[in-house]
Each structure stands twice: as structure tokens, then as C-alpha cells.
Design a protein around this ligand. Structure first.
Ligand code: SF4
Ligand code: SF4
Length: 399
């Protein structure tokens, strides 16, 4: 089966690699040529932390076909969409040349609402949607730190539920299963997708607003009460859409597992808001509850408030107070342990104050040399130490 993955970030690359391991002919489509080159050669390395003592295991590099455009690609049997929801429409437009009459379009994106966007240009009989119980962070180009959780890692269904859709769904699930992960096609996909939505509602936007990791926020009583209020609204809205969700089951069986696996990380929306200053998926998570609630006449004041706060931040990244008060605030020491640095450049990319730069030449380990150039400008945002995959940077606040 020929499958193109639109949006081969961490999760898209991971899914693409598993599909290829399961026997599919996969092409990853990415924006940056340097990433496409690394995905192709040496290929994707997937690292996971397993075993009782958290030992690290890693795959050999998996060389992938990767490209920055669809030029020269044949029509595909399936296209997997893994871009952010706000980019779905443009990604589909860009991939028009590889989508034929019978090409199946699969979305495993976060949240609710992606299928409506896809249905604007694709026959609904060809649309498949679902969710993943996996985590992936691209800690260096083509290097993924991954985690698998839950009984099934990829679960999906189809908009039209008929024999033909089931046949393709089972075939696709078979490819994933042949790669060693667990996947299933189900006709009751909405329940799965809504439970995953609840996970995102409980942690994602909230962590961005309070600037905490999932585990840190989850230990705070008021944060938990806020999450409960949002969850109850979402469950009421879900019921209006014909999806029955059990609050107690979610709190005792699903949320603890999600918190355990993602507790050490900033969730994706927090990464967008704190480090990348990028558009978030708010319209597909809390914003979707707000939208569907309005349609059904169900009040959603807490999700609406959170959505409004996130939208305000998104529109005003460049004006946020931290930059402006930095000069009169405390100063910080930026310590870079060169012996651990692998020169990936993430710290340089995500530092809002350009404190770190790349120098000509290589460090003692043969990687690009990174230097602390403007320590006096450091505002202690911790973006660099958070994104550094090698824990090579520490930020020390001075009195
Ligand atoms: S902590 Fe300092 S050096 Fe690190 S990203 Fe923030 S401003 Fe840059
Ligand atoms: S310090 Fe960390 S983030 Fe920066 S280049 Fe080195 S390994 Fe990458």
C-alpha cells in the first residue's frame, strides 16, 4: 500500500516508520529539506525508555522516503494527515496531485473537527479518523523519543461505516500490527476520539496558560478543579453529539495513565505557547467544545474562557511581558556542558533572546560548536534547557 504522510513531525514520522516496518511503501512529506535528508539518510531512530529501571533501547536507523513537495509522486492509496488542525486545509490543497478518486484520507490528529475540514474536499466514504496512544518527541532531526501506552496504540474508524470501509480499515490495522504495535479499526471510534479529547482538555491548554509540565500541573489542586469543570462541560457536549462518556471511568482509568506517560513534558500546546510561539490546536480541543456546545445550547463557560485566553496569547506573542521586564529583573547564568552537546541547535532555535549561537568548527565530540554569546540578555525562560535532548544546559538564577 502506498501511503504519504503529510506533516512528518515527531508523531507523523513515528507512524510513518511503523507503517513502513509493517510493509507499506511510505513517503514522508516535510517542510524542511534538511529534515527530509536526515529522514532518508541515515533514517529514523526511535528511542524508548523501557524496563524496570527505565533503560533506553533504540532501533537501528530506518531510512525513509522523504520529500518537501508532492512533485513526482504517484497517486497514493492512502494519505495520513498529521499536520496541526489549523494546517489541514492547506496541507490537503498542497497534496491534491497525489489524491485520487479512491485515495483514503486518514487523520489521527488531535481533537475534534478535522474530518469536517477534510470533507470539504474529499468524498466522505474515503475519510478515516482516530487517535493514538503514543508519545513522540523529535529530540534531534530524525531522532524520536517515543512511548507506547494503552491496550491499543492506534485506533481508528471511518465516517461511512460499511463493508468496504471495514475492509480497508482492517488492512491498514494489519500493516500497523505487522510492525509490532497494536492497532484496530472500530465502528465505535467516536467514543475513543472523545476520551482522547478529554485527555487534551485536562492538560493541554491549561499547561500552556500556567506554564507547567503535565505532571506539575496535575499535582495542583486548583488546576485539577479547573480540569474537572472543563471535563464535565465536554462530557455534556459529547452526550449531545451521541457520545456517552463516563467521568469516573475517565478519572480513574484514562487520566492517570496519560499523566504517567506525559507528566515530565510540556504538552504540545504549552510547547507552542511557551517556546515556539506558534498557532495552537485550541479550536480543535477546548474551542471544539465551545463551538459544539453553542450549537447544542449547552453552556461551556470554562472551556470558552480557556479558549479565549489562549487565543489572546496567540495573537499577542510578540507583546508578552516577560521580554519587556527582563532588563530590570534578575540575571541568569547559562551553563552549557559541551561534553554532552550534540550540536542539534534546538537551544539556538528556541531561545527568544538569541543568547546562544553556533560557531564555526566542531566541538570536541565532532558536533557543531554551540556558544553562550549574550548571557546578559537571558531572561531565564528555560526554553533552551527544556528542549535540549541531552540535558546539556542549566540556567542558574543569580541573587
Ligand atoms: S533561558 Fe536564557 S538562554 Fe535559555 S532560552 Fe531562555 S533566554 Fe535563551
Ligand atoms: S546544548 Fe542541547 S539543544 Fe543546544 S545544541 Fe547542544 S544538544 Fe542541542
Amino acid at each position: 500500500m502506498k501511503i504519504a504522510v503529510l506533516g512528518a513531525g515527531a508523531m507523523g514520522s513515528m507512524l510513518g516508520a511503523y507503517l513502513q516496518l509493517g510493509g507499506a511503501d511510505v513517503t514522508l512529506l516535510v517542510r524542511r529539506k534538511e529534515l527530509a535528508d536526515k529522514l532518508a539518510n541515515p533514517g529514523i531512530v526511535m528511542r524508548s525508555y523501557t524496563g524496570e529501571n527505565g533503560e533506553k533501547s533504540e532501533t537501528d536507523p530506518i531510512p525513509m522516503k522523504a520529500a518537501c513537495s508532492c512533485e513526482g509522486l504517484e497517486k497514493q492509496d492512502a494519505v495520513l494527515i498529521m499536520v496541526k488542525g489549523c494546517d489541514t486545509k492547506s496541507a490537503l490543497e498542497g497534496a491534491a496531485s497525489i489524491i485520487g478518486e479512491n485515495t483514503k484520507i486518514i487523520t489521527l490528529q488531535n481533537g475534534i473537527g478535522n474530518t469536517d475540514i477534510i470533507a470539504e474536499s474529499v468524498n466522505k466514504d474515503n475519510i478515516y479518523y482516530g487517535c493514538v496512544n503514543m508519545s513522540a518527541i523529535m529530540s534531534a532531526p530524525a531522532v524520536l523519543d517515543t512511548g507506547l501506552f494503552g491496550d491499543v496504540n492506534v485506533v481508528f474508524g471511518s465516517v461511512t461505516k460499511d463493508e468496504e470501509q471495514k475492509k480497508f480499515g482492517d488492512e491498514l490495522a494489519g500493516i500497523f500490527n505487522a510492525s509490532g504495535i497494536k492497532a484496530a479499526y472500530t465502528e465505535d471510534i467516536d467514543t475513543e476520539v472523545w476520551y482522547k479529547l478529554l485527555v487534551n482538555i485536562a492538560v493541554n491548554a491549561g499547561c500552556g496558560l500556567v506554564r507547567l509540565r503535565g505532571g506539575e500541573a496535575g499535582n495542583d489542586q486548583d488546576f485539577t478543579l479547573l480540569a474537572v469543570d472543563m471535563l464535565k462541560e465536554a462530557i455534556a457536549v459529547g452526550a449531545s453529539c451521541g457520545v456517552n462518556l463516563d467521568f469516573n471511568y475517565f478519572m480513574t482509568h484514562i487520566l492517570p495513565v496519560a499523566r504517567k506517560t506525559s507528566g515530565l513534558h510540556y504538552p504540545s500546546m504549552a510547547q507552542d505557547m511557551l517556546m515556539k510561539k506558534a498557532p495552537t490546536e485550541i479550536e480543535f480541543i477546548n474551542g471544539a467544545v465551545e463551538r459544539l456546545g453553542k450549537k447544542a445550547g449547552i453552556p461551556t463557560p470554562v472551556n470558552t474562557t480557556v479558549s479565549r485566553l489562549v487565543r489572546t496569547i496567540e495573537r499577542n506573542y510578540d507583546k508578552q511581558y516577560k521580554d519587556k521586564t527582563a532588563k530590570s529583573g534578575p540575571s541568569f547564568k547559562v551553563k552549557l556542558a559541551e561534553k554532552f552537546c550534540k550540536g542539534c541547535g534546538y537551544c539556538i532555535k528556541y531561545c527568544p533572546k538569541h543568547v546562544l549561537t553556533a560557531e564555526d568548527g566542531l566541538n570536541a565530540k565532532g558536533y557543531v560548536k554551540v556558544k553562550v554569546a549574550n548571557e546578559a540578555d537571558c531572561i531565564g525562560c528555560l526554553s533552551c534547557s527544556t528542549v535540549c535532548p541531552e540535558a546539556a544546559i542549566s540556567i542558574i538564577k543569580e541573587d
